[in-house]
Design a protein around this ligand. Structure first.
Ligand SMILES: Nc1ncnc2c1ncn2[C@@H]1O[C@H](COP(=O)(O)OP(=O)(O)OP(=O)(O)O)[C@@H](O)[C@H]1O
Ligand SMILES: [Mg+2]
Length: 463
């Protein structure tokens, strides 16, 4: 038997608190007691609590509300039951609106209390299980730390794995914010060079002379200001991988020198007469169409062919909208953790808008939108009002039907994940539930919901 659920009981009336404690302990719960809302808040921060049972009117008429608010904000996995002496339905309704699991009117009927606490515990457990399950599903669609479950991304992950093993030069092309830098890292991390250095430079971020001295280094006295010898990045990357980001921005003079490094496999510092042999795996990225750059005479065709040994295209987000729910959920978790916010999901209306948006800035733009929504939002879900106007769009202009289809895909992903696991366990539900990290009942209910033939809940195996 696992550890008993923990109940935090907040009640200022000593006699009642003691009586309820006895009732709850007898029902098998671990009970921690508090005689004021302030102390209750502290306990809530300190101990993991499954269910809070709080009086509504203590020192002040609505002080239980503070406990409820605090729990909803900082302990989203905890359910709250409110006891109200007034029986005024308004207060009870307000509590429910703030996210209480239920309310009980005084005088407390101990059977009713036990029943509600048992239900709240069960509900809390299901919510937690669902959250774990979501996490598992997400992990299954993760490659390094790159999220994607669309066919296009799964194909890309496969290509990356294959290409990483070869030592070939890779050219990544994709619009801004599609994840080129992440893929470059993944190629390195999956390659035999993973333990060696990964050096990156953004060719668009530096003026020509600085770019040149960064790439190739210089010898002392090569030009005014060259007071010491400087190692070039190519030398620094020796044995590892070198990522040339925004390659299309490299001036033609630098392009000639890059071509030489690629052809000769050696690099020469500015002002030096000797070259150094180097062994680097080159990964280049561009968010401009290099064919067009070549046609316009801004990019050397010989360098292009050298770089374009293997080319991987990163699809824009609007071509793989089914990835948006997983990505959004991933960023919600990332920023909720970073900002210590209780945000745990995106509400369906907001998700529809996210899925429908065109995302010219691709995943980076989506990440920024979620970051802002989590930082500024007041609820434990990202809501429509937390999204910027360009995502919300013109009123009355609904999302496209195809987008609505894609919004369902987190559920679909979960369904596939569960069915796959049941299949792997040869229909043994006990084993599948164990593998999935959820209760048998939860699994059984899911299967029924999916329309899968299952026997009675307590039969050991069938599917
Ligand atoms: N599939 C993904 N999963 C998770 N995060 C992603 C994914 N794709 C992009 N990101 C995130 O989006 C942001 C932009 O990604 P990245 O810097 O790799 O884009 P890029 O293609 O290099 O863009 P640019 O051309 O503007 O340099 C980063 O914060 C990155 O972590
Ligand atoms: Mg980049």
């Amino acid at each position: 038997m696992s550890t008993p659920p923990t109940i935090l009981l907040v009640e200022d009336e000593d006699g009642l608190r003691e009586a309820l404690t006895i009732v709850l302990r007898r029902a098998g719960y671990e009970v921690i007691e508090s005689s004021s809302s302030a102390e209750g808040l502290r306990m809530l921060d300190r101990d993991p609590v499954d269910v809070v049972v709080t009086d509504l009117a203590m020192e002040q008429p609505l002080s239980g509300m503070a406990v409820l608010r605090h729990a909803r904000q900082f302990a989203p996995g905890t359910e709250v039951l409110v006891m109200t002496a007034f029986g005024t339905i308004e207060n009870a309704v307000e509590c429910m609106r703030l996210g209480a699991y239920h309310y009980i009117t005084k005088p407390i009927n101990s059977e009713e209390l036990e029943m509600l606490v048992a239900k709240a515990v069960e509900h809390q457990r299901l919510v937690r299980e669902n959250r774990n399950l979501r996490q598992r599903v997400q992990d299954a669609y993760r490659f390094e730390n790159i999220i994607g479950s669309s066919p296009a991304m799964l194909r890309l992950f496969e290509q990356v794995t294959r290409v990483a093993a070869l030592d070939a030069t890779v050219l990544l092309d994709g619009e801004t914010g599609t994840g080129k830098e992440l893929i470059a890292h993944a190629i390195h991390n999956k390659s035999p060079r993973a333990q060696r250095s990964f050096v990156a430079i953004n060719c668009g971020a530096l003026p020509e002379t600085l770019l040149e001295s960064e790439l190739f280094g210089y010898v002392k006295g090569a030009f005014t200001g060259a007071a010491t010898n400087k190692l070039g990045l190519f030398e620094e990357a020796d044995g590892g991988s070198f990522f040339l980001d925004e390659i299309a921005s490299a001036p033609l003079s630098i392009q000639v020198k890059l071509l030489r490094v690629l052809e000769e496999k050696e690099t020469r510092r500015i002002g030096d007469t000797r070259s150094t042999k180097i062994d680097v795996r080159l990964i280049a990225a561009s968010n401009r169409d290099l064919h067009a750059e070549v046609a316009a005479g801004r990019f050397r065709d010989d360098l292009f062919y050298r770089l374009n040994v293997v080319s991987l295209r990163l699809p824009p987000l609007r071509e793989r909208r089914e990835d948006i729910p997983l990505l959004a959920q991933h960023f919600v978790q990332k920023y909720a953790g970073r900002f210590h916010r209780p945000t745990s999901s995106v509400d369906p209306a907001a998700m529809k808008l996210l899925v429908a948006h065109a995302w010219p800035g691709n995943v980076r733009e989506l990440e920024n939108v979620i970051e802002r929504a989590v930082a500024l939002g007041a609820a434990d879900r990202v809501r429509v009002e937390d999204l910027p106007p360009d995502v919300v769009g013109k009123p009355g202009e609904g999302p496209r039907p195809e987008a609505l289809g894609a919004a369902k895909s987190l559920d679909e992903a979960e369904r596939e994940f569960i069915l796959e696991c049941v299949k792997r366990c040869d229909g043994n539900l006990a084993r599948a539930a164990n593998d999935l990290g959820i209760g048998r009942t939860t699994l059984w209910r899911r299967l029924k919901r999916y329309g899968v033939q299952v026997g009675p809940e307590d039969s050991g195996s069938s599917a």
